[in-house]
Design a protein around this ligand. Structure first.
Ligand code: FPP
Length: 235
C-alpha cells in the first residue's frame, strides 16, 4: 500500500496518565488528581470536535488498576458513577453516542446500570462517539472475543481478522489512528491492543489534568506530519 494522506485522525485514543503526580505536586490526594482529570475531558472533547475528530476513546481504568489501594479504586468507581450520571444529558443533547468497553461483569451493579442506561439512551446518536474503557485490557478483550466466537458456534479453525474484529468490544468503531499518552511514559499499556496496530503514538510530558485544547492541537499537528505506510513503502 502506498503512503496515505495523514491529515486528520478519525479516531483518537487517549491514555490519561499523570493524575497521581499532578496531585502529589500540589500536596493533594490521588483522588483529587482524578477529579481534576475529569475536568480535562470536556475541553479536550470540544477541541477534538472543533478539529473534526468525532471518535474519542479514553482509558479510564485498566484490568491492572484493581491492584491500586482500595480507597483509590473506590474513589475512581464513585467518580465514574457521578460523571456518567452528570454528563449523559448533555452528551445525548449533543448527539454523542456513549460506549463503555471492558469487562463489565466485574463492575458494581449500580455502575453497570448507569452504563447500560447511558449506552441504550445514546445508541442512536451519530454526531460523535465517546468510548470509555473501564476495567479494560487489550489481551482480555481478545480472549473475550475468542470466547464469544466459540460460544456462538464459530468455526475457530477458520477464524479470520474480520470475524475477530467483529467480536471485540469495539465492533463497528473505526480503529484509532492516533493514540495520545500524557505524563511521559512511552508505552501503550494494553490499551486497544488489536485496534491500535497501525496507530501513531504521540507522547507528551504534560500531566493529564494539565492537558488542554492546545495540547490536542499539537498532537494533531504531529499526526499530520507523520508518513503513514501501513507496512508498505513510501509512495
Ligand atoms: C492515571 O493517572 C489515571 C487513571 C488511572 C484514571 C483516569 C481516570 C479519569 C481521569 C476519570 C475518567 C472518568 C470518566 C468517566 C471518563 P495515575 O493515577 O496513574 O497517575 P500517576 O501515574 O501520576 O500516578
Amino acid at each position: 500500500m502506498s503512503a496515505a494522506p495523514a491529515a486528520l485522525p478519525r479516531h483518537i485514543g487517549i491514555i490519561m496518565d499523570g493524575n497521581g503526580r499532578w496531585a502529589r505536586q500540589r500536596g493533594l490526594q490521588r483522588p483529587d488528581g482524578h477529579r481534576a482529570g475529569i475536568e480535562t475531558i470536556r475541553p479536550v472533547m470540544e477541541a477534538a470536535d472543533r478539529a473534526g475528530v468525532h471518535h474519542l476513546s479514553l482509558y479510564a481504568f485498566s484490568t491492572e488498576n484493581w491492584s491500586r489501594p482500595a480507597a483509590e479504586v473506590a474513589a475512581l468507581m464513585r467518580l465514574f458513577e457521578e460523571t456518567l450520571a452528570r454528563e449523559v444529558d448533555e452528551l445525548h443533547a449533543n448527539g454523542v453516542r456513549i460506549r463503555v468497553i471492558g469487562r463489565r461483569q466485574e463492575l458494581s451493579p449500580s455502575l453497570t446500570r448507569l452504563i447500560d442506561a447511558a449506552e441504550r439512551r445514546t445508541a442512536g446518536n451519530r454526531t460523535g462517539m465517546l468510548c470509555v474503557a473501564i476495567n479494560y485490557g487489550g489481551r482480555a478483550e481478545i480472549v473475550d472475543a475468542v470466547r464469544r466466537l466459540a460460544s456462538a458456534g464459530h468455526d475457530l479453525a477458520h477464524v479470520d481478522e474480520a470475524a475477530l474484529a467483529g467480536a471485540l468490544y469495539t465492533a463497528g468503531m473505526p480503529d484509532p489512528d492516533l493514540i495520545i499518552r500524557t505524563a511521559g511514559e512511552r508505552r501503550t499499556s494494553n490499551f486497544l491492543l488489536w485496534q491500535a496496530a497501525y496507530a501513531e503514538l504521540h507522547v507528551t510530558p504534560t500531566l493529564w489534568p494539565d492537558f488542554g485544547a492546545h495540547d490536542l492541537e499539537v498532537a494533531l499537528q504531529d499526526f499530520a506530519a507523520r508518513q503513514r505506510r501501513f507496512g508498505g513503502v513510501d509512495g
